[in-house]
Design a binder for this molecule. Sequence first.
Ligand SMILES: [Zn+2]
Length: 304
Amino acid sequence: MFNDSLLHVAGSSYAWSGKYAVGVYLHEESREAYLFDSGPNWRTAERIDREITNHGYEVAAIVYSHGHSVNTGGSAYFSKRYPHLLSYATRLSAPFIHDPSWLASLSFIPTKSAGTSLQVSERPTILTDMIPYRDDLFEINGIPFTIHTLPGHFSGMIGIQTPDDVLYCADALFGMPTLSRQKLLFFSEPHTAKQSLEKLKTIQASQFVLYHGGVHRTISELIDENISRLDEAYDEVLSLIEQQWQTPENIVQRIMSKYDFENNEKQYELAYSITQAYLAQLLNEGRISRVIRNGLLFYTRDKG
Ligand SMILES: [Zn+2]
């Protein structure tokens, strides 16, 4: 853990070697560092910052790919350490970065005490500017970064390409550490996630950095594996409903069993969210419908 360092990817582009590959762009002329996401917590942020300082740089800006806490958890550290820090995100990610308790407030499992469990950050992160949600150049202090919209894992998620042609893919694509640990992948909108995965295949870059999976020269095989996991889960949920009417709870139970989830609240909530995402897609496509009987909600292939 303590041996984590900045990996040189290409030109001025680097990635944190730890579990989460925070992106770092070191601009030589100004001796300023530009970060893509901020790490999961204060401690990791501090270590990343120490490495950057050892290289002779100061952090000037953070571009957030999306609003999950493992991507934004270092923001309190960097805001405190660098009072003039610039911070950027897309409009859909912004509320989660500004105030991480937003994400917790979306949880459907009541928390024991909302007041104490939400101490994710000491103070809200103030965003300097919004990143328009389109594929385009986005200049920060004159440095031309390229934004690629990659929704599906999280609405409003982006990838960032540096002038060195290194593409930071955020969580649009999962690498082997995640694929070997977790059979069912987290996509909040599977249909859109698949489109983003297909889109990633078409983006030319010299290197790809996966926040969960590190640095890769090619990603086409990983993309295919991500898509096949996504398709499998879609077929699984549909086939359960084809066999018989299913309550949401039944489907979650079958999914947890099929994909070897542990029986704890966190895993249940994850399985529930992913299941809901596939159900929403099947409903949108008109392949299933919902009926209420005796106060219970069922999913069915029958029409209403
Ligand atoms: Zn994420």
